[in-house]
Design a binder for this molecule. Structure first.
Ligand SMILES: [Cu+2]
Length: 122
């Protein structure tokens, strides 16, 4: 009886460990990559409009030198707002990105016309 229970418990632990290990394996390469990117946001522009990063967790810093609020949104992620910066504020947000080409923009009404750029992730 005891032995059976112990075996069952061991099997469950192994199953859990196997599952967790698989997740870690999937996340590890992404977490080890990543990058920090920095962009200046003004009224009404991003500088630069071309950014690049390594796949993984990417830290995005927006230095808002304008008099209006601005944000950094990635279209391909369902228009996810990565970071929002009040006038004069420098703000940082993080996002996990796979390799690919992304379009970023400012989602404040009317801004996207001139505040849009490309982010290359490799
Ligand atoms: Cu803006």
């Amino acid at each position: 009886m005891r032995k059976t229970a112990l075996l069952a418990l061991t099997a469950a632990s192994l199953a859990l460990a196997g599952c967790g290990g698989g997740d870690d394996g999937g996340d590890a390469p992404a977490a080890s990559g990543g990058a920090n990117i920095e962009v200046e946001a003004g009224d009404l522009y991003f500088d630069p409009e071309s950014l690049s990063a390594s796949a993984g967790e990417v830290s995005v810093t927006v230095n808002n030198v304008g008099a209006a609020e601005h944000d950094f949104v990635i279209e391909e992620l369902g228009d996810e707002v990565v970071v929002h910066a009040e006038p004069g504020e420098t703000a940082t947000g993080t996002v996990t990105l796979e390799a690919g080409t992304y379009t970023f923009y400012c989602s404040v009404p009317g801004h996207r016309t001139t505040m849009e750029g490309t982010l290359e992730v490799s």
